[in-house]
Design a protein around this ligand. Structure first.
Ligand SMILES: [Zn+2]
Length: 409
């Protein structure tokens, strides 16, 4: 696999909330991994990407998507959404449940049915890099009556997440706590739908009183998806629990502002994760995770590099994934972007702080270029990155296919 040096980086966002910026001005990719930060150009690289003084950040991680089959979503009767999200800078997407299967009867879900849906989607969606993006599907919708064998099937299918959405909460139950233990024993994280009833109309209201004893790995869309828990419950979640707290594009803006302010005040930014909670009633929003970052900065007052870390390293870590951090040895998922002409400020940081979306010119996933030259979903940056081939690897066609430029039909 050809090596690629990104040089002339104006700002490097690491994705690590503990140290969200690097002074490095180059980034070297070899064999699909980040080989070095700040290394000098040697002339031996196969290709060089001149970032033109723009910003480099980890590929975004959408921690809350609702896929069904391939790139088709019946929720908005559309095709190709995964490719469009990739052009919004999202290289990894994690399913929060495949609940949009047409014809499904939410009042008649059985353990065999929910596990079968999850294993079919894991066996199909997870097998293919859709337009170069990575999707983790196979997220079971937990229902009463599941046995250890059901969780074994999910683990065999490669599931990384299970979700309480249609679970009939009434009081503390030993069964729900057992599900959490069975998942963790198989390295499957547990997410919970929180807040009011979802678009399906079938979920049960979930707030602090349930989360406090259930202790999931991730409380899903705590500021609404679409209806949040009460303001007091949000405050107690920040103050009195320690699991990950997800913010979704489907949520309530006022509740998100309240949550983020409280997380800043109590030093809890490492617990925040981001997702879109789409496709769904909120729509299909390829720039959704970028817009989440803008909201966290322009409205909630977060520093842009911290918001990027929440959208990348934080979200990946909460779901047990190795992506989302730009450091030697990590997966080479990279977004190269720049300030769009007309934006506030003189840098990507200043533009984001003002709420102006950056323009994406390149997206790299697993060291392969999957968006080249400019995104189909953002305006172009004023100074776009430029790719130069250093070595002739047998003609442009072979180089292009080696770097993943030749698109699947
Ligand atoms: Zn959802």
């Amino acid at each position: 696999m050809p090596s690629l040096l990104i040089k002339n980086i104006g700002e490097l966002f690491t994705g690590d909330i503990a140290r969200p910026r690097s002074e490095a001005r180059t980034l070297l990719i070899e064999d699909g991994r980040i080989a070095a930060l700040g290394t000098a150009e040697t002339g031996t690289e196969d290709a060089v990407l001149d970032a033109a003084g723009g910003a480099v950040l980890p590929g975004l991680v959408d921690g809350h998507v609702h896929p069904v089959l391939g790139q088709w979503t019946p929720a908005q009767d559309s095709q190709g959404w995964i490719r469009n999200y990739l052009h919004g800078g999202v290289t990894t997407m994690i399913s929060a449940g495949e609940l949009h299967v047409p014809g499904i009867d939410y009042s008649a879900l059985t353990p065999d049915l929910v596990v079968s849906i999850a294993t079919v989607t894991a066996a199909t969606l997870n097998r293919v890099r859709w337009s170069g993006a990575r999707v983790y599907a196979g997220t079971v919708l937990l229902v009463p009556g599941m046995t250890e064998a059901h969780f074994d099937r999910l683990a065999e299918a490669g599931a990384i997440l299970a979700k309480f959405l249609f679970y009939p909460w009434s009081a503390e139950t030993a069964e729900a706590q057992r599900y959490v233990r069975l998942c963790r024993a198989r390295n499957i994280r547990v997410k919970v739908h929180t807040g009011g009833v979802s678009r399906s109309g079938a979920s049960v209201i979930c707030g602090y009183d349930i989360l406090a004893w259930l202790k999931p790995d991730i409380a899903g869309h705590v500021s609404g998806g679409p209806i949040p828990m009460s303001d007091g419950d949000i405050d107690k979640l920040v103050d009195d629990t320690d699991f990950a707290l997800e913010i979704a594009s489907s949520g309530n803006y006022g509740a998100t502002l309240r949550l983020v302010r409280r997380a800043i005040a109590s030093g809890a930014l490492a617990r925040l994760t981001l997702g879109t909670d789409t496709p769904g009633g909120t729509g299909i929003i390829p720039r959704g995770n970028l817009r989440n970052i803008l909201f966290l900065c322009a409205i909630c007052g977060l520093e842009p590099a911290a918001a990027v870390a929440i959208a990348t390293g934080n979200t990946a870590r909460a779901h047990g994934l190795d992506v989302g951090i730009l450091a030697p040895g990590r997966t080479a998922d990279v977004v190269v972007c720049g300030r769009i002409d007309g934006s506030a400020g003189t840098s990507v940081t200043e533009a984001i702080a003002h709420g102006d979306i950056p323009g994406i010119s390149y997206v790299i996933a697993d060291g392969r270029i999957v968006v080249e030259g400019r995104s189909e979903q953002t305006p172009p940056p004023k100074a776009p990155a430029r790719l130069a081939w250093r070595r002739d690897l047998g003609g442009f066609g072979s180089i292009a296919s080696a770097l993943g430029l030749v698109r699947a039909p």
